[in-house]
Structures are given as C-alpha cells and as structure tokens.
Design a protein around this ligand. Structure first.
Ligand code: NAP
Ligand code: F7E
Length: 337
C-alpha cells in the first residue's frame, strides 16, 4: 500500500526538501497551503504535478479536521509556522496563534479523526535560548528569548503531552539552524549569500547586518528532512535533537561566503544597529548523539560546503537575472535605441 504523507508548510524551505524526499521514498504527498491572492509555489513548482495541494489554515480547526478526513494520511509533518524570529516581536500574538496553538489544532484533528496517524512537530533550538549548558541535548532545559522561541516551547510540550495523554505517535524534532539555496532571504545566511552574488556581479555594493558575534550550529536542510522522516519510522515516538555539533559565528559565515567569491567582506559589510534584536540568542551548539545512535542519522554536508553551495546557487541565479535585464546584441531594444 502506498503510504500517504501530509505536509503543512510545504511551500517553505523544509517543505520543499521533505516533499522531494518523500516522493523519492514512494509516498503519496499532500501539502496544506493557506489561501492567498498570489501563489507562493516558487520552491515546489517543479513538484506540482507530483503532489496534491489542499487549502486549509492553521487558524481554522474545522479546515484541518476536514483535510485529515479527506486525505487519511499515515504521517503528518507539521512544518508551517511564522518562522522568522524578528517578526515574532512585531506580531507576538499571531506568532502564538500559528506557531503554538496551531500545533494543538493539528493534534486535536489527529485525536478526533484517527489516533494512529504519526505526527512530526518542527521544534527548534530557539527553545534553548539563553543556553543552560553546551552542547544542548534533549535534556537541556529551555530558556527561550523571543516570542517565537516561547511559541515553539509550547508546541514542543503540547506534542509531548498528546503523546502521553492519548498515546498518539507524536515526535518533536528539535532542529538547529538548517539552510540551503531555498532558504528565505531574510535569514542571515541567505541574506549574506544573495548579497555576495549581487556585489560580485556589480548590482550592489553594501550589505547591512546586525550581530556578527552570534554563533549558530548550521547544517544543510536536505540532510535535516531525512531525520524528520526517520523519527516517524521508529517503533516508539520520541524527541530528538538534530544538529551538526559544530558552531560558527555570523562573522565566520560572512568571511567564507565573501572569500568564495574572491571578495573582502570588510570592504562591503556595514553594521546596522536596527538589526540588533531586543533579546539575542548568543550561542547554540547541538548534541545529536541520540539521533545518531537511535536513528542512525548524520549530516553529510559540512559548513564550508554549505556556504559554497549557497553562494554558487545565488551567483547562478543573479547572473541569469542580470542577463535577462541586459538587452542582447542586435535585439529590438538595441535597434530602437
Ligand atoms: P519557512 O521557509 O519560513 O516556511 C514556513 C512555512 O510555513 C511556509 O510554507 C509558509 O507558507 C508557512 N506559514 C508561515 N506562516 C504561516 C501562517 N501564518 N499560516 C500558515 N502557514 C504559514 O520555514 P522553514 O525554514 O522551512 O522551517 C519549517 C519549520 O521548521 C518551521 O516550523 C520552523 O519554525 C521550523 N524550524 C526551522 C528551522 C530552520 O533552521 N529552518 C530550525 C528549527 C525549526 P507561505 O508560503 O504561505 O508563507
Ligand atoms: O539569525 C544574527 C541574528 O534570522 C541567525 C529560524 O529558522 O533558526 C532560525 O532562527 C543569527 C541571529 O536565524 C543579521 O541576530 C546578524 O543571532 O538567520 P537568523 P535564527 O534567528 O537563528 C532557528 C533554529 C529557527 O527555528 C527559526 O525559525 O544571525 N544576525 N545580522 C542576523 N540575522 C538576520 N536575520 N539578519 C541580519 O541582518
């Protein structure tokens, strides 16, 4: 029997990688998308004939229940969230509605429709916030530093609670930062690689950043979606940290990214105090020992490989953009001019 998976947040970075991964495993893949007057299918355009998209909303309980009844999924991956940390200070209530209560709505739908559905919750290293120890594992206490981190801590604990209250196969994956050429351009890694490409190709000269000293445990999104799936294939539901175990500063990322394009970052980067956060998570480094020993998971892409992959992808994209804007020799535009 073909297994069915439902992915919320399928239009996001992880949703796109997970959809592709599950299709490769022979799954029938369904994606939940919220209604919008313009489509945001940029990341999954190449998969659209292979997956089914359904309108529903994390704010609307009935739409989620109806969706579960219609699709009858074997596995649900809850990736949808307001995921950008700075926005969570500007929209703390909405962040709580989607990122925290949205998880309960998904779990309630499973409880009502079919308690045998396996559930993955996209939890976050942001829950560790002001870290109590290093590296952080499944046993490290949470001390979130943003409304986003607080909302994710709620999502984590409600997942654990439904597992313990109703015997639902619910797993929380505590994923550390993971990036890719599909990363949103507001996140620091992609903001940097996009700017490096534009500077290299002469369409821009400066890049404004905030705290260069912040340290993160950065991995590749393609490696991390595999861990999500592995969690749902176990005999027992559990929670797992997913990380590389290595940390680097934003400055390290900047240096490597500019150097890969033969540029000196100090000629281009400016510090903008407006980009400093009200409360910062200064450092994060994960201990993925449990994921390694129980799931057999390990990351394949190293930090330098990740930076180079992202810079190369942005260089290619911006090169195409520039070429499209430059009138070709002998074109109508030329003769008109
Ligand atoms: P992303 O690229 O920002 O994608 C978020 C997805 O959620 C998009 O499909 C988006 O749909 C949807 N979404 C956003 N706001 C929504 C809302 N208000 N209602 C319904 N859907 C909404 O995030 P990602 O990097 O793929 O991350 C996936 C999940 O993992 C998120 O829950 C994130 O918080 C969590 N996480 C991410 C990381 C990381 O480093 N990437 C680490 C730990 C945890 P639209 O296209 O309609 O906006
Ligand atoms: O910031 C610093 C910033 O926005 C990383 C989300 O996927 O991972 C992500 O959250 C660091 C912070 O990611 C700029 O202050 C400096 O210390 O790329 P980010 P994040 O906040 O770590 C976690 C695990 C998630 O769960 C989230 O959903 O970089 N930084 N200058 C900057 N950050 C941004 N965005 N922009 C800057 O100009």
């Amino acid at each position: 029997m073909t297994r069915k998976a439902l992915i919320t947040g399928i239009t996001g970075q992880d949703g796109a990688y997970l959809a592709e991964f599950l299709l490769g495993k022979g799954y029938e893949v369904h994606g939940m998308v919220r209604r919008s007057s313009t489509e945001s299918f940029e990341r999954i355009g190449h998969l659209q004939d292979l997956i089914s998209l359904h309108q529903a909303d994390l704010l609307d309980q009935l739409s989620i229940i109806t969706l579960m009844q219609e699709i009858e999924p074997d596995e649900v991956y809850n990736l949808a969230a307001q995921s950008f940390v700075p926005t969570s200070w500007l929209q703390p209530l909405l962040t709580g509605e989607f990122t925290a209560l949205g998880v309960t709505r998904m779990l309630e739908a499973i409880r009502l429709v079919n308690r045998r559905i396996r559930f993955y919750q996209a939890s976050s290293s942001e829950m560790f916030g002001n870290v109590a120890e290093e590296p952080q594992s499944e046993n490290t206490p949470f001390y979130p530093r943003s409304p986003y981190g607080v909302a994710k801590a709620y999502g984590h604990f409600i997942t654990v609670n439904y597992r313990e209250s109703y015997d639902i196969f619910a797993c929380s994956g505590i994923l550390f930062n993971h990036e890719s050429p599909l990363r949103g351009k507001e996140f620091v890694t992609r903001k940097i690689t996009d700017a490096v490409a534009r500077i290299k190709l002469g369409v821009r000269s400066k890049l404004k950043l905030g705290n260069l000293d912040a340290m993160r445990d950065w991995g590749f999104a393609g490696d991390y979606v595999k861990a999500m799936w592995m969690m749902l294939q176990q005999d027992k539901p559990d929670d797992y940290v997913v990380a590389t175990g290595q940390k680097h500063s934003v400055r390290d990322f900047v240096e490597l990214a500019f150097a890969h394009a033969d540029l000196d970052w100090q000629d281009h980067v400016e510090i903008d105090p407006k980009l400093i956060r009200p409360a910062e998570v200064n450092t994060l480094r994960g201990n993925a020992g449990k994921a390694r020993s129980v799931l057999g998971w390990q990351p394949d892409v190293s930090f330098p490989q990740l930076v180079q992959m992202m810079v190369d992808a942005d260089l290619e994209r911006i090169r195409l953009e520039v070429a499209e804007q430059t009138p070709a020799c002998g074109s109508d535009t030329d003769s008109d001019g």
